[in-house]
Design a protein around this ligand. Structure first.
Ligand code: GDP
Length: 473
């Protein structure tokens, strides 16, 4: 169990470029922390107002002027003032908007560092917002997810999370748990007298309600993950069926080596593509074939793992082979390995097949799956395949768009642990176990829920989360 720790307030002034590297119309640099107004004062001159003082400026004011170093003018800028606590970090902050050339930006950054700022670490601004209590950990992570969102739905979910909807629910849960814990611990203090401050029946009812809510959140992860990461799609099939070729045309680039030798796709790679509003996360699997070298065995083992985790399976076969129906048992086997996945059989190399319509019919009848004709090499049938993929997963990523969703593995695991601890507590109450044991399980559940919003969290976890941010955020 993680012990609560007091996180230090970090106040030394930091600076960072907040916009992406490269040429743009404008770029933004930001500084935050104690003394940033004095630092800004040293480098900035307000147009037509030599007496301007940052320390005297109101918050949310923009000042037009120039930035200088010891050798002279660097650029014309707009300096935007934020006064503590009304800023992103809750500290005093200044944002400089300058022209977006990389040299200009680096120049201004250097002056700010020379005048006393330290270069901000990745995510340090958001980290300060968290440490200063403006946002909780969940909201901080949502900012990162919003920035990295690749689909509209992922973006919407992140925005909801940033607004604190999930945080509010978790806080309410924590409050309930805290109250029960406090009452049980009070009983322990009076253990000599054999009193019951909280009736066990009432406690059971409360815990059942909490458990229901926890289960709902845990279950929402499947959809949350889908929204964030895309539909896990596996292209499976025997070696030489055309999997690499298909992957390449879907992604529009040469991603994995296409080869004439069976069994050359040794590992799997993962890439995403967006079709209409759905994001597919594609895995090019090793060819499914028994035997072969050691390396390939390992590849096949991993392929089966990917298959069991997939949301969508695209089984590719070479329809021009006389033996195409021999693969039907393999297709059935895959369906058994993952009964949750949707399956499409793509009959590839249709350009080489004779009597293809009859072959497709037979395949449909033998597998009971959606079958589509394809020539990955010629790009024929590709649009139909993508449309079919999209229809097959329709609804999967939209189901929970409006409700609160768990999208992060960290949150999912913490919620599952909380739910397990709660289940233990429920069981202990049923068995009329000692109060001490019940209180212990409730405390664990409390800590796990607290881990998510950052109420109870180790510094290590905080570091891990913010390291994933970019500099300047
Ligand atoms: P993998 O082993 O399943 O990844 O198969 P590859 O993508 O490496 O393809 C094996 C061979 O089949 C290559 O020579 C491809 O050019 C060829 N190929 C793939 N798709 C088609 C197709 O639709 N038509 C024809 N004629 N050849 C194809």
């Amino acid at each position: 169990m993680t012990m609560p720790i007091i996180l230090p307030r970090q106040e030394a002034p930091v600076a960072a470029i907040a916009t992406p590297v490269g040429v743009g119309a404008l770029a933004v640099l930001r500084i935050s922390g104690e003394g940033v107004f004095d630092i800004a004062q040293k480098v900035f001159r307000k147009k037509n107002n030599p007496n301007f003082r940052f320390t005297a400026s109101k918050g949310f004011r923009a000042h037009f002027g120039t930035v200088h170093d010891s050798e002279g003018l660097i650029d014309e800028v707009v300096a935007l003032v934020f006064r503590s606590p009304n800023s992103f970090t809750m500290e005093d902050m200044v944002e400089f908007t300058c022209h977006g050339g990389p040299v200009v930006v680096q120049h201004i950054l250097k002056v700010l560092l020379d005048e006393g700022c330290r270069l901000a670490e990745p995510g340090e601004f958001t980290r300060r917002a968290f440490l200063n209590g403006r946002i909780d950990l969940l909201q901080a992570e949502a900012i990162g997810e919003m920035i990295h969102a690749r689909t509209e739905s992922a973006f919407r979910t992140a925005v909801t999370q940033m607004q604190g909807t999930l945080s509010l629910r978790l806080d309410a849960m924590r409050e309930l748990l805290l109250r029960s814990c406090a009452l049980l611990e009070l009983e322990l203090d009076f253990s000599e007298e054999d009193v019951e401050f909280q009736s066990r029946t009432q406690l059971q009812e409360e815990l059942a309600g909490l458990q229901e809510e926890l289960h709902r959140l845990v279950d929402s992860y499947q959809h949350g993950r889908l929204l964030k990461e895309g539909v896990a799609t596996v292209i499976a099939g025997l070696p030489n069926a055309g999997k690499s070729t298909l992957l390449n045309v879907l992604l529009g680039e040469e991603r994995s080596i296409v080869s004439h030798m069976p069994g050359t796709t040794r590992d799997y790679i993962e890439e995403c593509f967006l079709y209409e509003k759905t994001m597919f996360r594609l895995t090019d699997t090793a060819g499914l074939r028994e035997g072969g070298e050691e390396v390939e065995h390992e590849g096949i083992r991993r392929s089966f793992k990917k298959i069991s985790e997939a949301d969508l399976l695209v089984y590719l076969l070479d329809i021009s082979l006389e033996s195409y129906l021999d693969e039907v048992p393999l297709i059935r086997d895959l369906l058994e390995r993952n009964s949750n996945a949707r399956m499409i059989v793509a009959a590839n190399k249709i350009d080489l097949a004779t009597g293809s319509e009859e072959r497709l019919q037979k395949l449909r009848a033998a597998t009971g799956c959606e079958v589509c004709a394809l020539s990955a090499a010629k790009g024929e049938g590709l649009e139909a395949l993508k449309r079919l993929m999209s229809t097959m997963v329709e609804g999967l990523d939209k189901l929970h768009e409006a409700s609160v969703l768990v999208t992060s593995l960290r949150h999912y695991e913490a919620l599952r642990n909380a739910s397990d601890a709660l289940a233990n507590a429920q069981e202990l109450i049923t068995r009329q176990a000692e109060t001490e044991l019940i209180a212990f399980e409730l405390r664990s559940a409390l800590d796990y829920v607290g881990e998510i919003t950052g109420k109870v969290v180790s510094e290590e976890i905080v570091n891990l989360i913010f390291e994933q941010f970019c500099i300047g955020k």
